[in-house]
Write a protein that binds this ligand. Structure first.
Ligand SMILES: *[C@@H]1O[C@H](CO)[C@@H](O)[C@H](O)[C@H]1NC(C)=O
Length: 304
C-alpha cells in the first residue's frame, strides 16, 4: 500500500515532556531535536503517489513468529514491501528483485535463529549495504550481529535497537569487558564507537541513543508498562523515519546526524503511543492497542 505517514502529526504544548540530553545539552536542545524531526517529515500533498514517501522492507517472521513483523510493518504504516522471508535457499535471489526499490530495511522482528534464515539475512544485509540504504537491526538480527559484528561494523547507515540483554551481549562481544551499570551513557557511546560509529538505540526505561559522538536520552513519558511487540513498533517506525531523515540530509537536521534525529523521533513516537494506549487500556494494553494510537501520537508530536 502507499503511504502518507503525514497522517501521523503535534501540539507540543498539550502534553508534558521530559527529556534530557547528555552532559552539556539542555532542554532547549531537546526542543530543537523535535523541530529537526518535524523538518525531515515530508509534507502531505495530494500530488504524491503511492510509494513516494517510502518503501520499507521488513525482513523477519518465521513459522513461530508472525506477529512481530506484522507489528513492525503496520507501524511503518505505509509499508510497501512487507516480506516475510521464507527459508528457501533462493530467498536472497528473490529479495534482490525487490531490494532495488526499497528505501530502507528493518531486519530482525520475529526472525528466529534458523541457520538458513540467518544465512539469507546476511545476504540481505550485504546487498543493502552495497545499495547504501538505511538498515535497522533488532531482535534476532542483533543476535546475528553479536556472532558476526563485521557484517555491519563501520556501516554508518545502520541503526541497532538492542534491549538491555541484547546490548550486553553486543557490548561484551565488541568491548570485551562487561557493561558498567553505573555508566550507561558511556557504554552506549563506547559500543557505537566500537562498531564504527553506527547508531545505537538502547531501549529501556529511558532510551539512550548514540552515534559515537553524542548521546541523546529519550525519556518522553510512556507508561510503566511495556508490552510485547513494543520493540517492533520502534523498529518499524524507525524504518520510515531513518529513510526520511537520510533523504532530508544534514541540511534539514541543522548539521546533526540524521540517524540520531530519526532515532529520537521513533523513540518518542513509540513512547507516546504507549502512553496513550495505557491511558485507555491500563494493564490490559497490547501492542495492537499501541498501533491504534500511532496516528494520533504522531500528530501530537510532530505535526504543528
Ligand atoms: C567516531 O566518532 C568519534 C567521535 O566523534 C571519533 O573520534 C572517531 O574517529 C570516529 N570513528 C570513526 C570510525 O568514524
Amino acid at each position: 500500500c502507499g503511504f502518507s505517514c503525514s497522517v501521523l502529526a503535534l501540539c507540543l504544548d498539550v502534553f508534558k515532556r521530559s527529556f534530557s540530553l547528555h552532559r552539556t545539552h539542555s532542554l532547549k536542545d531537546m526542543e530543537n531535536i523535535f523541530q529537526l524531526v518535524r523538518n525531515v517529515i515530508p509534507p502531505l500533498t495530494g500530488k504524491r503517489h503511492k510509494g513516494q514517501d517510502g518503501r520499507i522492507g521488513i525482513v523477519g517472521g518465521c513459522q513461530e513468529y508472525t506477529g512481530a513483523p506484522y507489528f513492525a510493518a503496520i507501524t511503518a504504516l505505509k509499508v510497501v514491501r512487507n516480506t516475510k522471508m521464507n527459508d528457501s535457499p533462493n530467498a536472497v535471489h528473490e529479495v534482490e528483485k525487490w531490494l532495488p526499490r526499497l528505501h530502507s530495511v528493518v531486519i530482525g522482528p520475529g526472525l528466529g535463529r534458523d541457520e538458513v534464515l540467518l544465512e539469507n539475512t546476511k545476504g540481505i544485509i550485504e546487498k543493502s549495504k552495497v545499495k547504501g540504504i538505511p538498515i535497522i537491526i533488532d531482535a534476532d538480527g542483533l543476535w546475528l550481529i553479536s556472532q558476526q559484528p563485521s557484517l555491519i561494523q563501520g556501516y554508518q547507515r545502520a541503526i541497532l535497537t538492542p534491549n538491555y540483554m541484547e546490548f550486553s551481549r553486543l557490548y561484551e562481544a565488541m568491548v570485551s569487558y562487561p557493561v558498567d551499570s553505573s555508566d550507561h551513557h558511556g557504554c552506549v557511546l563506547r559500543l557505537s564507537q566500537a562498531m564504527g560509529n553506527l547508531t545505537i538505540v538502547q531501549k529501556g526505561e529511558r532510551d539512550l541513543i548514540s552515534d559515537g559522538e553524542k548521546v541523546l536520552v529519550c525519556s518522553h513519558e510512556g507508561s510503566s508498562r511495556r508490552c510485547g511487540g513494543q520493540g517492533d513498533l520502534l523498529s518499524g517506525s524507525l524504518g520510515v523515519l531513518a529513510h526520511w531523515a537520510f533523504l532530508a540530509g544534514a541540511e534539514k537536521t541543522n548539521g546533526q546526524n540524521p540517524f540520531l534525529v530519526a532515532a529520537f523521533g521513533a523513540c518518542s513516537l513509540t513512547r507516546q503511543s504507549n502512553h496513550q494506549a495505557f491511558q485507555k487500556f491500563g494493564r490490559s494494553m497490547t501492542a495492537s492497542d499501541m498501533v491504534s494510537e500511532v496516528g494520533t501520537a504522531f500528530s501530537k508530536l510532530f505535526e504543528t
